[in-house]
Design a protein. Structure first.
Lengths: 547, 363
């Protein structure tokens, strides 16, 4: 007896609750489409209530429940036990106890249903790049499925190590729903689709709404001779001024700080945070490039725009918390901002979804969001001059990392059963419904689908409408911004970032002057480009910019 | 079979079998290695996807070498069996990788490079000579090594304390050893990341309570370096203490009692009797500790990543970043090999110096 089918139907029926639609659909007497649409809506509403916003951080039991409820799409393409005997190795991260740790729970029901055994290879963020590069270089790829960011596509897909996505997967994950900036060329190489997107990445501006609404601070700001009213900064010039002003100020008897700069290396990932300060200065609307010259790969990191951004960090550090020189991005995001230190921060969208769902957050009702600040002027790398745009300040969201994706390795292609299993797992984790849940709760992933911009669904989960509207707008306005700064998907990109981190640390600690340090970074990058093969890098850089 | 062999009377037949066993195994292993070399250099299409069969072949060759020697040489072969496996293992795991490392060090090999590994002569060495970050890390090592003297003084004091008749001696022996039982990685997290955390760390809160407004121990270069040195010392002082304690306990009590009878004060007894007698143990302890200190990396990597601005960087943590974050295998290996040579020279000089001191002491 197919007891599991009975269970499945019962569960869905339960989800449909008192409406009795489950029973009606089983009878088959009602037209299918509205039924299915309603059922899908019910499912999305039901998973968003696990465990419910404000009811503590989700546990493994919650992850398993969500994974089980989202098995519908898998069941349409795979029979129960059809893939029994297949073993898959899945390599991913274990940051903040999510990513792979979360995937385990979300895919348990999938593994039970299909009969596939999954072996997990967990890596810390800082170890990820090294492990992946070693596997590629030594031809010891020992994983079938990998959680990987778009910046590594040059290293993996460019070397023919990934499996091309079958058409049934494209259909199952509804590729059209994915936001525009994550559509091809992202996820593709040589015109072939490789990636099941599970995340959309950009840095947005997180700030403390209570600080910028505080009357005492507003009075002090005016008393200090500032002509503009006290409010949320819109440009980096304003961010810097506010950061300097807040040093020594108190709110509710506690020290208040302004912007938080991460200055300690993070395996290359800390460079993104300088990038977020630099894009408004360096990404001109008339120029797709902002990190390297397109035709030569000459670094721009020592041009006046980048030097100004680095100088901003150096000038702001004396006004930031005393331990800022030992703060990496994890510290600024989770130990400082979420815990109540600092009033402005650039980070990925995780901060917003952690405000109400992370047990260590102390800033409920105090956080708000926007796209990254702009700049009154922008550097034009072609003319070598600073331009003031007729439209006002230049905004250029840093589309940092382009999100995580699930990639299947080419080594499974020789075995059709294994290939099907690997792609089915990727499609399960990249499904439309599971995506909504992952963006709403701590998961390490943020919105990447247009369907995730439905405010009512989030409100149904327990989010405050004003809060979530503000958060989602900051995300989607960044994704859809016409002057977004696109991450170069070129081989070795993290080596560039890592080399920069070492030198930036010396600049921030005062050992090296700003321009001198920027020139050192540029020299290190030039050497690296030559080492990696300049012609190839130029070709891939152009490709990553869609040229 | 053993009795005949051990007795030393080896028959001609057994000698011949042993000889041929060694010869055949050697030829077999050489052929296996040759096949793989030709395959990886693309001079042949037949070979193995990895070097594992060659490595296993080395192990099998080692077994036949030991066995053949027993058959061929009798008692001498048995004696060789006590050291030969250790020698073969050292060759496979230490000597070969070290020399193979030189081959990598003279190449331009970035794991992300489109063209792969290629020979680049002394370019990596010249790069190292001009690399400020390497010299910075090396100069930091002078500081870290110098702290060994302080650690030695504390360890000696603790060893004297535990050697005396104090209450709870056994408890304190175990308690003082505890830090050494902890992994330096755990210490980095427990102390560096938690107890010294600027906002909620108990140590920083205590310092605040004592009037230090901003007790940020890891952001000022000299203070960060001293803090890491202190954390490292906390882990390793028990190691030095236990060696010194063993020396103290092996020392004849009669000598010290004789000094007391002659009217020597406590300090005089220590300075003129105990300390000179402990010099040999002290030298060994300090040299061993310096060798460990030269490899300092884990606490630095986990607590400060070498910062602020390279102030706490060590050569090993620098090599770690060069490999791990930048996949720069060729240059990273060159730095590692040069550092190995520097360590060998430094430790050799140290041993020579200590031997001279001992001789003078003996004289």
């Amino acid at each position: 007896m197919k007891l599991e089918h009975f269970h499945y139907i019962s569960r869905r029926g339960l989800l449909k609750g008192s409406t009795g639609l489950a029973a009606a659909s089983l009878l088959g007497g009602i037209a299918a489409s509205p039924q299915q649409a309603l059922a899908a809506d019910d499912l999305r509403a039901a998973i968003l209530k696990i465990p419910g916003v404000g009811k503590g951080q989700p546990t493994d039991a919650d992850w398993q429940k969500v994974g089980e409820m989202c098995l519908g799409a898998t069941k349409t393409s795979i029979k129960q036990g059809e893939l029994a005997g297949v073993e898959l190795s899945f390599m991913g991260l274990n940051n903040q106890n999510v990513h792979n740790v979360l995937f385990r729970g979300l895919s348990k029901a999938w593994a039970d249903y299909t009969g596939v055994k999954i072996n997990w290879i967990d890596l810390a963020q800082a170890d990820y790049n090294a492990r992946l590069q070693q596997s590629i270089a030594t031809k010891t790829v020992d994983f079938d499925v990998i959680e990987m960011g778009a910046p590594f596509e040059g290293d993996v897909c460019g070397k023919g190590l990934a499996s091309e996505m079958p058409d049934w997967v494209k259909k199952q994950i509804d590729m059209d729903d994915i936001v525009n900036y994550l559509k091809p060329p992202v996820g593709t190489w040589g015109g072939k689709q490789y990636r099941v997107t599970v995340d959309g990445d950009c840095h947005n501006f997180n700030y403390r709404s209570d600080v910028f609404a505080d009357k005492g601070l507003a009075d002090a700001w005016a008393k200090a001779g500032n002509k503009t009213p006290w409010g949320v900064p819109k440009t980096w010039q304003q961010v810097n001024a506010v950061t300097k002003f807040l040093k020594g100020q108190k709110m509710d008897g506690k020290d208040v700080y302004g912007y938080l700069d991460p200055t300690k290396g993070w395996g290359g990932f800390a460079f993104y945070f300088l990038g977020s300060r630099a894009t408004a200065y360096a990404k001109h609307p008339d120029d797709k490039a902002w990190l390297f010259d397109i035709d030569t790969m000459k670094p721009r990191v020592n041009n006046p725009a980048w030097v100004r951004a680095i100088q901003d960090v150096v000038d702001s550090l004396p006004f930031e918390p005393a331990d800022q020189l030992n703060a990496d991005p994890g510290t600024t995001g989770f130990q400082q901002f979420l815990a109540g230190t600092g009033s402005m921060l650039s980070w990925w969208g995780d901060i917003g979804t952690n405000v109400y769902t992370n047990d260590s957050s102390t800033i409920q009702n105090k956080a708000a969001f926007d796209i990254l600040p702009g700049s009154d002027d922008v550097y034009n790398a072609k003319t070598g001059k600073w331009d003031k745009l007729a439209s006002g300040p230049n905004f250029a969201p840093n589309l940092a990392y382009l999100g995580w994706g699930i990639y299947v390795m080419a080594r499974v292609d020789a075995d059709p059963k294994k290939q099907k299993a690997a792609w089915s797992l990727a499609a399960h984790l990249g499904g439309k419904d599971i995506a909504l849940w992952m963006a709403a709760y701590p998961s390490g992933f943020q919105c990447y689908r247009n369907s995730q911009h439905n405010v009512d669904e989030w409100v149904g989960a327990g989010y405050d409408k004003a809060f979530i509207s503000n958060y989602l707008d900051s995300q989607f306005n960044s994704y859809n911004h016409p002057n977004g700064a696109i991450e170069p998907r070129i081989p070795g990109i993290f080596q560039y970032y890592s080399a920069a981190e070492d030198i930036l640390a010396q600049i921030y600690s005062g050992k090296v002057k700003v321009q001198e340090g920027a020139d050192q970074i540029a020299a290190a990058w030039e050497k690296l480009t030559d080492q990696l093969g300049r012609d190839n890098q130029i070709k891939l850089y152009k490709g990553s910019l869609g040229m | 079979m053993g009795q005949e062999a051990v007795s030393g009377q080896v028959s001609y037949q057994r000698r011949a079998i042993g000889l041929w066993m060694v010869r055949l195994a050697t030829v077999g292993f050489a052929l296996l290695a040759l096949v793989q070399v030709l395959y990886v250099t693309e001079l042949s299409t037949f070979g193995f996807p990895s070097w594992l069969p060659v490595f296993l072949g080395f192990g099998i060759w080692g077994v036949f070498l030991c066995w053949g020697n027993i058959l061929r040489l009798g008692e001498q072969g048995w004696r060789a069996l006590f050291v030969l496996p250790a020698i073969l293992l050292t060759v496979a795991m230490v000597i070969f990788p070290t020399f193979f490392g030189f081959y990598i060090a003279f190449s331009d090999w970035n794991l992300s490079s489109a063209t792969g590994q290629h020979f680049n002569g002394l370019a990596n060495f010249y790069q190292l000579l001009a690399d400020e970050r390497f010299w910075n890390a090396l100069s930091n090592m002078i500081f870290y090594v110098a702290t060994v003297i302080v650690q030695y003084a504390i360890a000696f004091g603790l060893a004297l304390l535990l050697n005396s008749e104090i209450r709870g001696q056994k408890f304190f022996r175990v308690a003082f050893l505890l830090p050494f039982m902890l992994s330096p990685v755990a210490v980095s997290w427990m102390i560096g990341k938690s107890m010294l955390e600027f906002r909620f760390g108990p140590i920083t809160n205590l310092l605040r309570g004592l009037g230090w407004e901003n007790p940020s121990l890891l952001t000022t270069p000299w203070l960060a370096k001293s803090t890491l040195a202190a954390m490292d010392a906390w882990v390793w002082i028990p190691f030095m203490m236990i060696l010194l304690l063993a020396g103290l306990q092996a020392m004849s009590k009669e000598v010290q009692e004789a000094a007391k009878v002659d009217g020597a004060s406590g300090w005089q007894g220590f300075w003129h009797v105990t300390y000179p007698l402990m010099l040999q143990v002290s030298m060994t302890t300090v040299i061993l500790r310096i060798i460990f200190q030269l490899k300092l990396a884990d606490i630095v990597i986990n607590t400060t990543s070498g910062g602020p601005g390279g102030a706490t960087d060590t050569v090993s943590s620098f090599i770690f970043r060069e490999y791990k974050d930048r996949s720069n295998v060729g240059y990273g290996t060159m730095v590692a090999e040069v550092y190995l040579v520097l360590i060998i020279i430094f430790v050799s000089l140290l041993l020579k110096l200590s031997s001279k001191v001992m001789q003078r002491q003996g004289a």
